[in-house]
Design a protein around this ligand. Structure first.
Ligand code: SF4
Length: 336
């Protein structure tokens, strides 16, 4: 499959009173045409800043790397050229749609504007198209809703409107940042279904940013696990779920509640400790303070990101034992 978005060795730093904070620290990610890539990690792992930097919307300073979309380096485009790509080629939806919807314009006006910015159609044709799109995303009585203001709709309806706006321009890539986190479970399932339809019917690639491995399991082809501004594990979803290599990924998977848990366990597993404050750790593996397998070398040197099997890579000193066969990592790292 052809690459659509290639992020290579991206570094985004913030400058605070306490000094330089590397929020994104050498991230490389590729999304192929029509695929859904999940980016998972706890808050502060750098997943949203990676996406915002790629779209030139981050407040941080880009310290290195490249972002190529359809072969064009986005970091070198003018603001005007970048605006043309956002919205037409790449659409974005966020956890809280009200951050993107303008409260003083009707739903219809906002979808019509999105259509007219990128296509040469009359206002009446654009309004007709807006009604069709609202109908396609399952909004009842779209002829009426098109004249409503965003605050009159529920959170789930507003997220449907955002997906309708994304569909308006038939983008090649949809960046969805925690799109279902604020919604209840039933509505969440409906929104994920809509995104699957978007991918199936328009071959839209999706970057799904989430802390929820259930969302990844349901929607993604591949997954990148981020920690402390770095990618620590990447691979096909099935492979990562069945054979996680990095202790952090293992911990995330163990934290997912299952029916078995409710019968056999009274307490849900959680990874001890907190995500490090960006910039607070200077040496070694950033996960070391929370890792039960941490060795001296882990605190001294950052492990390389290495391929364990074709299409499955991870960043952990345990891979040295894995390669030499000294130690069976699957036994060392307790099963999830
Ligand atoms: Fe744990 Fe060391 Fe691997 Fe980091 S490098 S995850 S501290 S074993």
């Amino acid at each position: 499959m052809e690459s659509l978005l290639e992020i290579h060795n991206l570094k985004t730093y913030f400058y605070t009173e306490n000094g330089e904070v590397p929020a994104v620290d050498g991230v490389s990610i590729t999304i192929k045409k029509g695929e859904t890539l999940g980016i998972v990690g706890e808050s502060g792992s750098g997943k949203s800043v990676t996406a915002l930097t790629a779209m030139r919307l981050s407040q941080g300073k880009v310290m290195g790397g490249s972002v190529r979309f359809k072969g064009i380096d986005l970091l070198t485009l003018s603001d005007e050229e970048m605006r043309k790509i956002r919205g037409k080629e790449v659409a974005m939806i966020f956890q809280e749609p009200m951050t993107s919807l303008n409260p003083v314009f009707t739903i219809g006006n906002q979808i019509i504007e999105a259509i007219q910015i990128h296509t040469d159609v009359s206002k009446s044709k654009a309004k007709q198209r807006a009604i069709e799109l609202l109908s396609q995303v399952g909004i009842p009585r779209p002829e009426r809703i098109v004249n409503e203001y965003p605050h009159r709709l529920s959170g789930g309806m507003r997220q449907r409107v955002m997906i309708a706006m994304a569909m308006a321009c038939n983008p090649s890539l949809l960046i969805a940042d925690e799109p279902t986190t604020a919604l209840d479970v039933t509505i969440q399932a409906q929104i994920l279904d809509l995104m699957r339809d978007l991918k199936k019917n328009h071959n839209t690639a999706i970057m799904m940013i989430t802390h929820d491995l259930g969302v990844v399991a349901e929607t993604c082809d591949r997954v990148c696990v981020m920690y402390g501004g770095k990618v620590v594990e990447e691979g096909d979803v099935q492979e990562i779920f069945n054979n996680p290599k990095h202790p952090y990924t293992q911990g995330l998977l163990k934290s997912v509640p299952t029916l078995l848990d409710s019968e056999e366990q009274t307490r849900l597993y959680s990874i001890e400790g907190n995500v490090p404050i960006p910039g607070s750790l200077q040496h070694g593996c950033y996960f070391a303070p929370r890792c039960e397998y941490a060795m001296d070398i882990c605190r001294a040197e950052v492990p390389e990101f290495k391929e364990a099997e074709p299409g499955h890579s991870y960043r952990c000193w345990l891979h040295e034992f894995d390669e030499r066969g000294d130690l069976d990592v699957k036994n060392l790292v307790k099963s999830t």
